[in-house]
Design a protein around this ligand. Structure first.
Ligand code: G4P
Ligand code: NA
Ligand code: NA
Length: 194
């Protein structure tokens, strides 16, 4: 997606350890026009699969996922990392290990929000090692819902997540793919890979 690549090139910063900081438009300050375009793009890729719910993980996945859900005309479900006071009903749970942060967190979704009749599109801001996406997949499986695909804003193609998810047969659409951040330079891979 051309305008996303331009934005990353113009405003992304490479931090030590192969981390891309995009705090000016995605992770801290958020660019609503760009999120709208991202939502439209995901809708084009996935509409024919007739999704009934978008699923993301708080917090940074919410902005692109909300716009995708809006474009598709379906609800967004936000998996939580902490159980809110108001979440008193039965829940699905999955463990997510972050290699980047070296910690394991539980993610939770209320059972009342996902069921066997749902067709779920997972959306997230970053795909690195794929553990967050796999945790969401596990929740979709617990619900007995159908997985229709995974939409990612920025895939770090030099990490294993993309391979892992695609090898499990999931359709993964990444709007920007980064081949390398070596030496502080952002190198893009091919624009879209399914
Ligand atoms: P994984 O889920 O793909 O396995 O990734 P990993 O454990 O490595 O990443 C953990 C967190 O770090 C995730 O956010 C992920 O989106 C984010 N992340 C990974 N690589 C990068 C990067 O290069 N740049 C940025 N900006 N983020 C990256 P999170 O912990 O769920 O936090 P939140 O931001 O969604 O609240
Ligand atoms: Na995220
Ligand atoms: Na993040």
């Amino acid at each position: 997606m051309r305008e996303l690549l331009e934005k990353i090139a113009a405003e992304g910063e490479v931090l030590p350890g192969g981390v891309l900081k995009v705090d000016r438009f995605l992770n801290h300050q958020v660019d609503p026009q760009l999120m709208k375009r991202i939502g439209e793009e995901f809708a084009v890729w996935f509409r024919s699969e007739r999704p009934t719910k978008v699923l993301t993980l708080e917090s940074s996945g919410i902005s692109p996922a909300l716009m995708a859900a809006y474009e598709l005309g379906i609800p967004l479900v936000v998996a939580r990392k902490r159980r809110p006071l108001t979440m008193t009903d039965d829940v699905y749970r999955a463990q997510v290990h972050s290699f980047t942060k070296q910690e394991t967190n539980e993610i939770i979704v209320s059972r009342s929000l996902l069921g066997s009749g749902d067709r779920v599109l997972i959306i997230d801001d970053f795909l690195a090692n794929g553990q967050a996406a796999l945790g969401m997949v596990e929740i979709v499986e617990q619900a007995g819902a159908d997985m229709i695909g995974i939409g990612i804003v920025i895939e770090k193609a030099f990490q294993d997540g993309g391979r892992l998810l695609r090898s499990r047969g999931f359709r993964v659409v990444s709007l920007a793919r980064i081949a390398s951040l070596d030496g502080g330079a952002i190198q893009f891979a091919d624009e879209v890979m399914i």
